[in-house]
Design a protein around this ligand. Structure first.
Ligand code: HEC
Ligand code: HEC
Length: 320
């Protein structure tokens, strides 16, 4: 328990190095100490370096996309239409109009689909606040092993939180559209997932659940420079971390397989369990687990000890 309160040394290095360097610079210039009040902002305006912590959890060597420059990223990202991205923003979440009817309990499936179509329309018209990046989780391991370009936009009103993902790999030509809608009118909110094929909305479950254990995922770029607007990512991640605990919607006609026993290690179940802040994790979530722990994002505030890593590794490697 207490361990989670300790700041891991390396996490500390990440966040203190920049201000320390800034301090040194200012000392050299002989600027008055007062100028230092600008320092916290410097930290939030860039992403910390993205580095494997060499836990041994990764199944394939960590990928740093060395042949893909910041300029390559900007050019590839822009093919969606420059007018749709890099928006000025004050809130990372665009407010949707109030829901047209009083909802006592539960949006209908067609209302959910209508939200998905509406956010696609807003994005296409340039009326959203997208964050563009090359995503870490989808790029690593055997998923694609090449840059996965994402544009992600968030929306909400009092009945729903809605997300749009516009995605392609660096070698595809067309963009695919995906959406998540969280129905907040239910006592225990429900997250719907879909692929948008033109105006057709196809609900998906099993294929999304293996990464989206608890609904939307935080934005983590594959490299600190492969993101359009770091402060926007920070603000959006805050919105995602603050989301209500939600249940996962499996569409009619999809029977989820037996996922076995949930991960029971207490340094994870402190948050990831039935009564926790996030839903339980199963073997099917091995891929995001390996990546988020190895790159130092999970647990959020510290590093696992070598023996905890060994426990996690043996759980991940166990045959079901
Ligand atoms: C291989 C893992 C993986 C799978 C499978 C996956 N996603 Fe995602 N998804 C991600 C990651 C990682 C992000 C955040 C990307 C980033 O850092 O930019 C994301 C982001 C999103 C977002 C933007 C909101 C958010 O969560 O940040 C939507 C919408 C989305 N995914 C929908 C879907 C849908 C619908 C499916 C199933 C058809 C799906 N995803 C399957 C990994 C996955
Ligand atoms: C202090 C609470 C806390 C602990 C402890 C924690 N997590 Fe998380 N985890 C979160 C939060 C909050 C998110 C969503 C926001 C984010 O990704 O930053 C998350 C997201 C994740 C995700 C993405 C899927 C999802 O549920 O959103 C995975 C996978 C994950 N954590 C794995 C782990 C593993 C493995 C451990 C143990 C080694 C762990 N976490 C420990 C709070 C925690």
């Amino acid at each position: 328990m207490e361990r989670d309160c300790e700041a891991g040394f390396s996490n500390m290095t990440r966040s203190t190095l920049i201000p320390v360097l800034a301090l040194l610079g200012l000392a050299v210039l002989g600027l008055p100490a007062r100028t230092l009040s600008a320092e916290p902002e410097t930290v939030e305006r860039s992403m910390p370096p993205v580095v494997s912590t060499a836990t041994g959890l990764l199944l394939e060597p960590a990928l740093y996309l060395t042949n893909f420059s910041t300029a390559d990223f900007a050019a590839a990202s822009r093919t969606i239409g420059a007018e749709r991205i890099h928006k000025k923003w004050t809130s990372p979440v665009v407010t949707l109009p109030p829901h047209p009817r009083q909802v006592a309990r539960g949006l209908t499936e067609s209302e959910v689909k209508a939200y998905m179509i509406e956010v696609r329309r807003l994005f296409d018209k340039g009326e959203s606040v997208p964050i563009s990046d090359v995503g870490l989780i989808s790029t690593q391991e055997d998923v694609v092993r090449k840059p996965m370009l994402n544009h992600i936009a968030a929306f909400s009103n009092s009945v729903a939180r809605v997300y749009l993902l516009v995605q392609r790999t660096s070698t595809d030509t067309g963009w695919s559209y995906y959406s998540i809608v969280q129905d907040l009118t239910l006592k225990s909110p429900l997250s719907y997932f879909a692929e948008l094929q033109g105006i057709a909305v196809k609900f998906e479950g099993i294929s999304c659940y293996k990464c989206h254990a608890s609904g939307p995922l935080a934005i983590h770029p594959a490299r600190a420079d492969l993101i359009s607007d770091a402060p926007l990512a920070v603000a959006l991640n805050q919105h995602i971390a603050d989301q209500p605990v939600s249940r996962f919607h499996f569409p009619a006609g999809e029977t989820p397989p037996d996922y076995g026993k949930p991960l029971g290690l207490k340094f994870c179940t402190k948050c990831h369990e039935a009564e926790g802040d996030r839903s339980p994790l199963f073997k099917v979530h091995s891929h995001p687990i390996r990546i988020l722990v190895d790159f130092g994002y999970m647990p959020p505030k510290r590093r696992l000890t070598p023996s905890e890593i060994a426990e996690l590794k043996s759980w991940l490697d166990q045959k079901p």
